[in-house]
Design a protein around this ligand. Sequence first.
Ligand SMILES: Nc1ncnc2c1ncn2[C@@H]1O[C@H](COP(=O)(O)OP(=O)(O)OP(=O)(O)O)[C@@H](O)[C@H]1O
Length: 348
Amino acid sequence: MTMSQQSNRDILKVDGLKAYYQMNYFGVEREVRAVDDITMTVRKNEVYGIAGESSSGKTSFIKVLAAAIRPPLRVVAGSATYAFKSGTIDVAHASPEEIEAVRWKHLSYIMQGSMSVLNPVRRIGKTFKDFAQRPLGLSGRAFEERVVHHLSRLKLPPDVLKAYPHELSGGMRQRVTIGLATVCHPEFIIADEPTTALDVVVQKEVLSLIREIQQDMGSSVVFVTHDMSVHANMADRVGIIYAGRLVEEGPTRQMFFAPKHPYTAHLVASLPRIGDTTQRPALEGRPPNLADPPQGCRFHPRCPLAVEKCRTQTPPLEEVAPDQRSACWRWMDVEPLVKPSAPVGVVA
Ligand SMILES: Nc1ncnc2c1ncn2[C@@H]1O[C@H](COP(=O)(O)OP(=O)(O)OP(=O)(O)O)[C@@H](O)[C@H]1O
């Protein structure tokens, strides 16, 4: 794909992406359709939040975006094309060498659990060298100064470079991970549950740090969390994934107060609010088994609005309001379960 086909404001275009776990147990083929036909874009300089219940395919999706997939997960269709300053790259089909060339400098990934990226037997300073020295093209003193300066922005003392991961607190380790992911000033940052496992105070600190760095550098961020209050506070736009599909996306406020998909309405209503004691109907059931998803709209077995058509025909993701797309045959009948007057993002 060339730049001219991709809108100038977009940095990432995902087109008809399908990524399945393909396994073979004693001769029996099994396929889990974790990402099943997702089309969306991410704009330059925006924070795009991805939400959805456990096992909906969020991590699998952003693994493809982060060019971090390994068998049994395979891209079976579609593309994920970045328009970086250095050129365009479809990470769903790029070679390891092509990915290596954009990794950290243009595209970085903050994985679930900070320990997964930090080598327990390597000092933090060495890990910074492994990650960042080559992409930054600096050596010796200049490289060290750059890293120390970056760490200071993250309120980390230079001493952490001498430490081993286990010598740091969880919050410090998470800041180190963010430091690694941002030191090369990447154009695109992907973060998977960047704050789970941290206490609430550290969570807030880490999130405002990611936001601050994103604004300073003009980067785009895609992050995943099932915590709707984090979306309310962080995201410019939110995309909701259900059973491997993007079922709704739109500007954060609209998603909270004027959702056009019944699943979104339930998800945002699950966020506790100060002073709001309204009883809301709980969403019954569980997301479907992605080895054998239901026909039609995958949400229909749990949907209070489902009609016959929903059981047989897949609703397309269509624009239903300015900048808002929903994949629901009955989007016009979706009632918000949250009042616009209620403060958003307050976790009890
Ligand atoms: N290594 C794997 N092999 C086979 N199936 C997998 C593997 N990893 C994930 N899956 C399946 O793929 C589907 C999507 O999982 P994924 O981890 O992407 O969901 P998620 O929305 O990120 O969930 P969570 O919020 O729990 O992290 C699930 O059905 C899951 O069981």
